[in-house]
Every structure is written in C-alpha cells, then in structure tokens.
Ligand binder design. Structure first.
Ligand code: FAD
Ligand code: DLZ
Length: 536
C-alpha cells in the first residue's frame, strides 16, 4: 500500500484540492511554514501573516476531519526552511514512498518539483483543477491565434460555463457593459466599511511571529483584518454581494483620496489562497442579478474580472513561462523610484496609493494600473524591478497573476499579449477619475513650469520615446495625431521638463524601511518587543 506525503502549499487551502481527494488511509498531509517563501521577495508582513494564519487554521480543519497532518512551524528547530527540502525531510521521517503536490502558483517552484519527479523519492505532480480552465485548455484556445484577446477568450468562457447566458446569447444582449462602468464617485457618497474579523489566538500568535521575523519588511501589521478561514471569507463574500456589488460596476474605475477599497470586493486574497472558489463567487454574483438585487453592468463587470481576466492571465503565465518573464518590449531599464518603499513623493496620487498599500497590503485595480503602474511605465522602470515590488506588497500577490498584470498590462513588456496598447495616462486622467489633484501641489492642467503635474510631460515624453513601436497602433492614432500637431518649441519644453524630473527622481531597489527604526517600533508595538535604542 503506497504511503504518500501530500504537500499542501499556503495558497492551496481547500479540501477540494486534487491531492486531498481520494487519499489513501495512511497518507500524511504536510503544511510547511518556511522562511524561504517569506523572503524570496520581501513580502508585506500582512501577506505573510495571512498566509501563515490561514495555513494553521486549515491544518486544524483537516485534523478535525480525521486526517494525519504534519505542520512544520516556522521556528521548529528541524525545519529545512525551504519547501522542497522540507517536504523530502518529512517524507523520510514518516517513511513515505512518494510526495504528491498540486501545481503551485509559481514557475520557480514548479520547476524545482519537476526536477524531482524521477528522484529516488519521486514527486507526483497533479493539475490544479480549482480554475475554470487548465493551462492545457488555454494552450488549445491559443492555437493558431495571431492576436489573442481576452475579450474573445471571455466570450468562449461564458458560452462554456453558461454564466450570464440566455438561450445561447449573452444576458441583456451584450457581452460587455464596460461602457457603463466609468463614473467618477460623487463627493458625498458613503462607502461601506469592510468587515473586521475577530483575531483569535492563532492569528495573534502569527502576528507576533511575523513581527519578530519579518518586521523589517515594508508594510504595517496593525491594520490586519484579512479573512483567515473559509467562514470569514464567506462573511466577506456576503458583505460584497449585499453592500458593494450593486455599485461595483459604475464606480469600478474611480479613485478616491481617502478610501482604499471603494466598491471593490477585496476577495482576491481569499480566492488565491483557496478559501473561496472562483466558480462559487461567480455563481453567487449571477444569482444577485437573476434575483433582481444587482444590475447587469455590475454583475457582468465582476464576472468578467474572474472568468475573463483571472483565467486569461493564468493561461498566459503557464503557456508562456519561462520566456514571458524575460519580456521587455519597451526596453525599460530603470530602477524603482525610492518612494515606492516610503510614499515620500509630492505626487499625491502616488503617495496615497503607496500609503494605502503599506497600511492594507491592498490597492484596488485602478490604483495598481493607473497610478503605481502608470508612473512606473512613464519613468522607464524595468519589468524585473516593478514585478518584484508588486509581488512583495499585496496580500493577493502570486506570480501567476501578478506577472502578466505587471509585465504585460502595465509595462506592455510582452509586446501586446495582455493589452493591445499601453495604459499610459497623463495627470488629466487622474484628475478626471479621482479627487487626488485637489490635494496635490501640482496642477494637472499644466504641462510645463514649476507647478505642472509631472505626469503630463512624462506622458508626452513616453509617447515620443516609443513612437516607432506605438504610433502605428490603430488605438493610438488619435494621440499620436495630437503629438504631431504640437510645435517643436512646445515639444522640446515638455521633453526638458520630463527629463529634469527623471534626473532628480531618487531611485532605489533597497526595500528596507531604512532609517525608520522609531517608526517601525511604533507600528510593531503590541506584537513584539523590539529593543529600544534608548534602553541600555
Ligand atoms: P475586484 O475589483 O473586486 O475584482 C474582483 C476579482 O476579479 C478580484 O478579486 C480578482 O480575483 C479578479 N481580478 C480583477 N482584475 C483582475 C486582473 N487584472 N487579473 C486577474 N484577476 C483579476 N490580482 C491578484 O489576485 N494578485 C496579484 O498579484 C495581482 N497583481 C496585479 C498587479 C498589477 C500591476 C495589476 C494592474 C493588477 C494586479 N492584480 C492582481 C489584479 C487586480 O488588481 C486585483 O485582483 C484586484 O485589485 C484585487 O482586488 P479585489 O479583490 O477588490 O478586486
Ligand atoms: C507567500 C507564502 C509565504 C509567505 N509563506 C509560505 C509558507 O511558509 N509555506 C507555504 O507553503 N507557502 C507560503 N507562501 C505561498 C507560496 O509562496 C506559494 O505557494 C508559492 O509561491 C506558489 O504559489
């Protein structure tokens, strides 16, 4: 009788996982906290705490189902502190004859596991069937397509799943209601607060552990209120359906200076960890439409993000890696602006997005794409530097979803697989979609001069710099027409303004909260006793 060791990763926390179905009686299920996963990029402390607390709760739930579970805690003295060696150590300890694992969310781990498939203690790798499509399904869909587009993939997914379909036609007669989803927020609109989950003893212990081991990473712990169990994730789902979904669509593209979450669901982390399934979330949203509680533009917009974008980026990731990660179609070589680790910038939109990221391990999609993403695009930040940042700072970050969004959607570094044009924008866009500019020292209507919003001159510089690659793009004809009509003097003044901004921009890949010890001590207070410099 074979005795497998079943390794369950931190983002595979569901009993429906392929490796947890039909388990032989004496299988050992292993969950392993390891330092290597917390440090390969400097993850936000809230992200690490979420992962470890959710893993500990899930291990307990599996034990309650009667399974034999080994849990390697971060400070176990024998812990090998990296996933593959730790699983092999445990397999030897329990006398197992193979290790089973479901496809992880990152290529580097998949490769490390595949290299061990024919080892003396072999690894058996299973497909992750928690998604609507597998990489093989996506590969088949891509076959022969010269210009694959998410929208075509999405329509096929709607037909295949029957979500929002009526007699073979899209509900309401249209596939896409994006056009209705671009309203700026009315000033006085009240935005519901997200649920605050009770922190039990397990979570409190993890918060202290994370503060102790990873307290120097960028990000604050005290705002932690992520769901760490399926029950808590269901509370968040119900909150979204009842309070947020009806307005999700129309304010989907809005940004507000004092509101980090708006009408977004905050479900990505629970989805990526496995606490919720993408199918149940889409079906629940569809029910809100069918039963008349949410309008079609909201429900379609929400389902498109999950059934469309989420599946599309995963398909791209698994069918294009490892080459995908080397893409740099616009030859961007710059380091990250130092303010991405400090929030210290006079650009109000950028400083608020970074502060919200630091406080919540979250920024909504438009902040990621049109603020931190756009600034990085306009400042020639390299894909590698930017991807490492996004992978580190968000609670939902996992390379299969982060990489295509950053390298492809934000930086256009995949040459247009993710988007048919770069999402570059000037200060005028930020002014239209947000209230940041009224708190900013820069003027979004000015392009040159000391008060001009730097995004304006950077925007035109970007277009000039990439004219050879982008000007033939039919979706950019209009804007290149405007550039062509500008006089030489105006163009050179804009160019000079942008170059001066870039020359003065401090850049740094150093991620520690350098020189911030008193601040750090204040934010870790209550979780760990950080020795004070004043104390002898
Ligand atoms: P909502 O706005 O409520 O959207 C609902 C759900 O749709 C999300 O929970 C998510 O599962 C899915 N979704 C929405 N947009 C996308 C998208 N573009 N790609 C894939 N799924 C999407 N998402 C991650 O889950 N992990 C990441 O590491 C990640 N990195 C990103 C990096 C950049 C540069 C950008 C532009 C986007 C990134 N996204 C990532 C996608 C998206 O921004 C987040 O999924 C979303 O902001 C999460 O918040 P929410 O749950 O409130 O989303
Ligand atoms: C992100 C993360 C962290 C911080 N820690 C762990 C861990 O200790 N153990 C674990 O199994 N997974 C962790 N993860 C999630 C993994 O990085 C993730 O499973 C891989 O990146 C593949 O998706």
């Amino acid at each position: 009788m074979p005795r497998p060791l079943v390794l369950v990763l931190g983002d595979q926390l569901t009993p429906a996982l392929a490796s947890l179905r039909d388990l032989p009686e004496d299988a050992v299920v292993a969950l392993c906290e390891v330092a290597a996963e917390g440090r390969y990029v400097p993850h936000h402390p809230q992200k690490i705490a979420l992962m470890l607390s959710a893993m500990r709760h899930f291990a307990q739930a599996l034990r309650e189902r009667g399974l034999c579970v080994h849990y390697s805690a971060l400070d176990d003295p024998d812990n090998a502190q990296a996933l593959v060696p730790e699983a092999e150590r445990l397999a030897a300890l329990y006398g197992c004859d193979e290790i089973r694992a479901v496809r992880p969310g990152e290529w580097r781990l998949w490769q490390a596991m595949r290299e061990r498939e024919h080892a003396a203690l072999p690894w058996r790798l299973l497909e992750d069937d928690r998604f609507f499509t597998t990489p093989a399904d996506f590969g088949a869909w891509m076959q022969g397509r010269k210009a694959p587009r998410m929208e075509h993939f999405y329509r096929q997914q709607r037909r295949r799943t029957g979500l929002l379909m009526e007699d073979g036609q899209p509900a309401g007669g249209r596939w896409n209601y994006d056009h209705d989803n671009r309203e700026p927020l009315p000033e006085a609109l009240e935005i519901p607060e997200p649920p605050r989950h009770r922190r039990d003893a397990v979570t409190e212990e993890v918060l202290a552990l994370v503060a102790e081991h990873f307290g120097e990473h960028f990000g604050r712990l005290e705002g932690f209120h992520w769901p760490v169990t399926r029950r808590q994730a269901l509370v968040d789902l119900r909150h979204f359906l009842a309070r947020l979904l009806p307005d999700f669509g129309r304010y989907q593209d809005a940004i507000r200076d004092d509101a980090p979450f708006l009408f977004h669901s905050r479900l990505s982390a629970a989805l990526n960890l496995g606490l919720l399934s993408s199918r149940e979330v889409c079906e629940a949203a569809e029910r809100e439409y069918r039963e008349g509680r949410a309008p079609l533009n909201s429900v379609e917009g929400f389902i498109r993000q999950i059934l469309g974008w989420r599946e599309y980026v995963r398909g791209l990731y698994w069918t294009r890696m490892p080459d995908y990660k080397r893409g740099n179609a616009l030859n961007a070589e710059g380091d990250l602006p130092a303010c991405y680790w400090s929030g210290d910038t006079e650009l109000r939109c950028l400083s608020r997005a970074i502060e919200m990221t630091r406080d919540n391990a979250y920024a909504h999609h438009i902040q990621r794409l049109m603020v931190t993403g756009n600034v990085a695009l306009l400042c020639d930040v390299s894909p590698e530097a930017l991807c490492d940042w996004y992978l580190a700072v968000y609670a939902d970050a996992c390379e299969w979803v982060e990489l295509p969004n950053t390298l492809g959607m934000v930086l256009h570094a995949d040459g247009g697989l993710m988007g048919s044009k770069p999402y570059c924008a000037s200060g005028k866009y930020i002014d239209r979609m947000s209230d940041h500019c009224r708190h900013c020292r820069y003027d979004p209507r000015r392009v040159t001069g000391p008060d001009a919003c730097p995004l304006n001159s950077l925007y035109w510089r970007f277009l000039e710099r990439h004219a050879e690659t982008l000007s033939a793009n039919p979706r950019m004809k209009l804007i290149y027409g405007s550039l062509a009509r500008m006089g030489d003097a105006k163009r050179s003044a804009m160019r000079e303004q942008a170059e001066a901004f870039l020359a003065a921009l401090p850049r740094s890949s150093a991620w520690r909260q350098a020189g911030d010890e008193p601040e750090r001590r204040r934010h870790l207070a209550g979780y760990v006793s950080v020795p004070s410099e004043e104390t002898p």
